[in-house]
Design a protein around this ligand. Sequence first.
Ligand code: GTP
Length: 597
Amino acid sequence: TPLSHIRNFSIVAHIDHGKSTLADRLIQMTDTVAERDMKEQLLDAMDIERERGITIKANTVRIDYTAENGEQYVLNLIDTPGHVDFAYEVSRSMRAVEGSLLVVDSTQGVEAQTLANVYQAIEADHELIPVLNKIDLPASDLDRVAEQIEDVIGIDASGAIPVSAKTGQGIRETLEAIVHHLPAPTGDASAPLKAMLVDSKYDPYLGVVVLVRIMDGVMKKGDKIRMMQTGATYGIDRIGVFRPEMTVVDELGPGEIGFITASIKQVRDTRVGDTITHEKRPCETPLPGFKPSVPVVFCGLFPVDSAEFESLRDAIEKLALNDASFSFEMESSAALGFGFRCGFLGLLHLEVIRDRIEREYDIDLITTAPSVVYHVYMKDGSMQELHNPADMPDLTYVDHVEEPRIKATILVPDEYLGDVLKLCQDRRGIQMDLTYAGARAMVVYDLPLNEVVFDFYDRLKSVTKGYASFDYEITGYRQDNLVKMQVLVNDEPVDALSMMVHRDRAEMRGRAMCEKLKELIPRHMFKIPIQAAIGGKVIARETLSAMRKDVTAKCYGGDVTRKKKLLEKQKAGKKKMRQFGKVEIPQQAFISALKMD
Ligand code: GTP
């Protein structure tokens, strides 16, 4: 295909505005997939994505389109992940294409993620085509939403295309707009090979499948290639395109998007954003802006049943094959036994991995409180990255601690603004900006990531009845008065409940934690002190009084079978307990205690 007849694009949208439905419709309208193979949300392969309605991994599809002018075009759609946790993957996919459809739900309007993603598209110099979706719904308000796009995003929306991805209305116009308004790619077929590694995934039969965008040169089967960042070299086994199923082709040239396989063992051996070139005739400079994605949120994953440790290891290793941004190492905790300390790109990423382990591998998990990565500066001038509060060095050696900060953007209807400001303020936020677009406010806050990882999003949704949208980016590290709070049950520290807190909030958090544990830990034959402490100094305390009565006492009349049943029930309950010194703590107590704020 000549360059002039290729169009590469992505779709930018807030979650639920209809990105996947629109992609399905574009594919269907061009007969890329036989009608009988068409299932809803074709591009969202995994079950979880389907259920949660979110797109996690970038996918791609090549569409052949005969335009109204009679010419044949190749349209390559790269589907980008919609969530902030995957911002780096979004920015890479954006650099692999020349334009974007900006999909806005015409019953809702512009949301925080629309903004975050559209800025990425603008940064990648994209031509944008605004698409106003869901016009079949009575609440659709085209004029208001077009005006909002102009006000908030600052692009011309006069040519916005009214679409219903549900009924198919406006799809033909969208395809024509892609052909006529998006620029064709450029590139030089005779220059040395320069291709972008856009994404990769693990396939049990083929090994790692690498999604590539060719900038210059031509790539063929049998070529010896080199990854410029990792330095690794491979021979190409297979080369092809996604229609969306994998279809082998002879070669890929400038402007084209496709896949290669090259006996690459694991996804970790590939780096999103890396430049691929020929070993013999390499290009001079790699593509700009490569950065490895690093985990920002850590937590411990432990099997509820310690006999399942090996199954958990197996599950984690398998998942890591397909996800280079998920890191793990073995961890042992006095309270929870053997498990793994895992690193994630963000909270959603954490939830997705945890859900997959529980569902696909059928292992019940205890997740410890998510923690961010702190920078601990020692008095000797060295710096340690702290991934687990339990590893916090003794305070006498610590000079100061820095924590990651974020820039959070929240869009919210006017009437909830007060609650949102209060929430951000309570989370140690510093207001940076407040502007209005119609009846909605856009607030920008500088917040500590640690105050957000836990339940910020849940709280935000509940105080705004679901009407706020939220997005964030990490801006850097800043020093604050941060300390490790320990929890002691019967004078023994429970490492799984250790957390880093701001000194000013420590008493409050400590008190709440002790009160909660007092309710969650069953009474024993003796009195149990429950304490929160900072470096040996107790800041909160509760006492669980001793049990007085025999549990079987309430079995009136000494009915033997009843008594037996009760004892059996107790025994079954015990299995789910963790012995802690002399105290037994039920599994549920850890989970509930960690959920608290
Ligand atoms: P991601 O999975 O994050 O990519 O979300 P999304 O933007 O792809 O949203 P999706 O396509 O899953 O659509 C969200 C919901 O809106 C689904 O229930 C769709 O059926 C519905 N929807 C999408 N387009 C339309 C439309 O034009 N009209 C109506 N009435 N509903 C639509």
